[in-house]
Design a protein around this ligand. Sequence first.
Ligand code: Q9C
Ligand code: ZN
Length: 343
Amino acid sequence: MKTFYSPTHLEHAPPEEFEGGRMNPAVEVPARALGVLAEVERRRLGPVLPPAEFGAEPIARVHDAGLVGFLSQASELWRKRYGEDAPPAIPSAWPARGLRSRPDGDVETRIGNYAFDTATPIVKGTWRAALAAANTALSAAEALANGERGTFALARPPGHHASSDVFGGYCYLNNIAIAAQWLVERGLRPAILDVDYHHGNGTQSIFYRRADVFFASLHGDPSFAYPHFLGFADECGEGDGDGANLNLPLAMYTDWRAYASALTLAFSRINAFAPDVLLVSLGLDTFEADPISKFSLGTKDYLRLGEIIGGARLPTLFVFEGGYNLTALPEITVNVLEGFEGG
Ligand code: Q9C
Ligand code: ZN
């Protein structure tokens, strides 16, 4: 399997995130992708290729111009306001109910307008890294469109929490949505399967009113898990998109048995949609020893997960999302990809 990878992600390395009422060491760190890259090479998964440049257009097809404009300038504006040695940009006020959305204004206004949490700091290299991640997903999508059976976009920062006009959850641009939209415009019919522990609220929102992209997600029930405000079972899509969204929120400590039965259900709906490509938001934070999550999948379960995905017999693009146990992450990630190839 071809892996697409750009070292530009190294420029996005915020040291901390604000969570639980304090600054904590960041968990979405460059070592995540470096570890997986080393394992891809060690197990000879296939060639590692640099992404091509796709320009601004494929991003503009998914994201609001105000969000893109803000993200591209945010770090510079923040440093003008708070000094060259300012800490990473994190919002401190948001337009919650009763307040007005304001896409224009000073940097505090705009960061609050476009962010939905405090866990997604912006540093000097964030925008370049986010662009490289989107290009990585697009390059892997292009290889798929050119006839590969499976491709892997080893991209960070991740993407599935970013909607058209809101960033958060360590995500700035929605890499998988950008790839899906690009494939739609080439006449393909994508289904997205999101196996990250956290609900892919951004991806869901982007396609919620559309019938041409199916979205299915298995995740920790938002009654206890981030992102708290989306991902419930009664969200089925709206308008043209009614019936093209499937949420399978799962209980704390979900193990392989319960996970596999939800996966079977997801594939019965995906197959009924009759996609011609499958895009997988590959989060590995379902692992039993993930530091921020509460599922109970073991190392070998990821081989089975890959086999089941491969059993769908669809050209498949894997886009790297979450997964924060730095020790296990390389092995479990490549287990999915090898399982797919054997399955
Ligand atoms: N106490 C992804 O996996 N903070 N994003 C959670 C839990 C944010 C996860 C706090 C988690 C974002 C791509
Ligand atoms: Zn996650």
